[in-house]
Design a protein around this ligand. Structure first.
Ligand code: ARG
Length: 457
């Protein structure tokens, strides 16, 4: 019989059961459900609402359910509607009448709100740890590549020289902000909904602050109707996950481009590549492509839940059961992407010579050649025009600016002297950019120290 079977005269239609049930997916937070129940009954006993004896029986029963689920001795059986019903029915089976007192002063509405919050909170910790691991990996690459010159791009056209450390640093910033977002969500969500009952609180003298404290929350939520129907934290988490996925996808896109035969900036390790069933020469960047591709389903979860929530009248409505599968999937997807992407980046080889040659061949030092003229008294607009002529000349001859003879330089502008070569060398171009945030080594070293401090926090 159902938990709520009392006022019903007919058995539930099987199709209705199948459509309505959530056990097939909310079993994922059995641990949190039991954790919440233990806190609840601890509070009930402290308040004299259940006896010490019942409290002990209930907690022992819940712990034995947990142990049996974990060892595989106990399986989730289909006839139960959701994880809450499953655990309660099982408890009653194990300890009898005492088990029937667990749900005093509680509704599945505040229970599921709690479980989902606990689950998201736990997962935020794990996701944060994965992002942190990625940041550590990026930091290592940065430290090893302070003078690995490469072209910086705009419009995917070579623009100005940077270093690999600087380029990777841009991703460091993105993922660091992602950690900040996770932290903010945690701070905002960490209030306990338990004790809100179905929607209007309960008539029992619950100590909500105590339950909140037992479960590691900052305190109880302050409006019972909001508590049972708030899924903002789910939406915020999905939004943060979407942003992480977007960052991973951008990075993947670059890795895929860099790994092409045309670029050859990187080589993805064999362990993180796959082959073709027909073309023997192929080594494909499948992991990066999958990470890029999976971004869609994470965005999809965010859009679905935003849409699902937009018509929910206060307080609890069953629509909200739809938050789970999508959120679980998005969390698992992003965790998988983070782990795989980190492994791929950590094992990737950077072809430093190719990168540097690419920066040289793409006139990335043209701005610096113009700056050279400016430093010799030529107005910038004229300098821009002169260097434009140099570039045209080089394109025609198929050479880089650095390959021009001094005579060729001077034929276009007599201002050029022997020291132009030094001024437009890759090293000078990068190292002169030493304001904070720029690729020059000194600037980068300062920034890396700051990053290290952040990671240790
Ligand atoms: N499985 C439900 C959910 O995920 C639990 C809450 C059920 N509450 C109810 N009044 N039917 O939302």
């Amino acid at each position: 019989m159902k938990l709520w079977g009392g006022r019903f005269t007919k058995e539930e239609n099987q199709l209705v059961h199948n459509f309505n049930e959530s056990l097939s997916f909310d079993q994922k937070f059995y641990h949190q459900d039991i954790q919440g129940s233990i806190a609840h009954v601890t509070m009930l006993a402290k308040q004299g609402i259940v006896t010490e004896e019942d409290r002990k029986a209930i907690i022992d029963g819940l712990n034995s359910i947990l142990a049996d689920l974990e060892s595989g001795k106990l399986a989730f059986t289909k006839e139960h509607e959701d994880i809450h019903s499953f655990v309660e029915a099982n408890l009653i089976e194990r300890i009898g009448d005492a088990g029937k007192r667990l749900h005093t002063g509680r509704s599945r509405n505040d229970q599921v709100a709690l479980d989902m919050k606990l689950y998201c909170r736990d997962e935020i910790g794990e996701i944060d740890e994965l992002v942190k691991n990625l940041l550590k990996e990026l930091l290592t690459i940065m430290e090893n590549n302070l003078d690995t010159y490469m072209p910086g791009f705009t419009h995917l056209q070579k623009a100005q020289p940077v270093t690999l450390a600087h380029h990777i640093g841009a991703y460091y910033e993105m993922f660091y902000r992602d950690r900040g977002r996770l932290h903010d969500i945690y701070e905002r969500m960490n209030y306990c909904p338990l004790g809100s009952g179905a929607l209007a609180g309960t008539t029992y003298p619950l100590d909500r602050a105590y339950t909140a404290k037992l479960l590691g929350f900052y305190g109880p939520t302050l409006n019972s109707m909001d508590s049972v129907s708030d899924r903002d934290y789910v939406i915020e988490l999905l939004s943060a996950l979407s942003t992480i996925a977007m960052h991973l996808s951008r990075f993947s896109e670059e890795v895929i481009i860099w790994n092409t035969n045309e670029y050859r900036f990187v080589e993805i390790d064999d362990a993180y590549s796959t082959g073709s069933s027909i073309m023997p020469q192929k080594k494909n960047p499948d992991i990066a492509e999958l990470v890029r591709g999976k971004t869609g389903r994470v965005y999809g979860a965010l859009m679905s839940i935003l849409t699902m929530m937009k018509g929910i009248p206060l307080a609890y409505d069953k629509d909200m059961q739809e938050d789970k599968e999508l959120t679980f999937d998005a969390i698992d997807t992003v965790k998988g992407c983070l782990a795989l992407f980190t492994g791929m980046v950590a094992t990737m080889t950077f072809n430093k010579e190719v990168m540097e040659a690419s920066a040289k061949n793409g006139f990335t030092n043209a701005t610096d050649a113009a700056d050279y003229l400016v430093n010799h008294g030529v107005p910038f607009r004229d300098a821009h025009g002169i260097v434009g002529q140099l570039v045209l000349f080089c394109i025609d001859k198929g050479i880089a600016l650095d390959d021009m003879t001094l005579e060729e330089f001077q034929a276009i502008s007599p201002v050029f002297e022997e020291d132009v070569y030094e001024a437009i060398s890759m090293k000078t171009c990068v190292e002169k950019r030493m304001t904070i945030g720029a690729p020059g080594q000194e600037a980068m070293k300062t920034v890396i120290e700051i990053y290290k401090g952040q990671l240790e926090k």
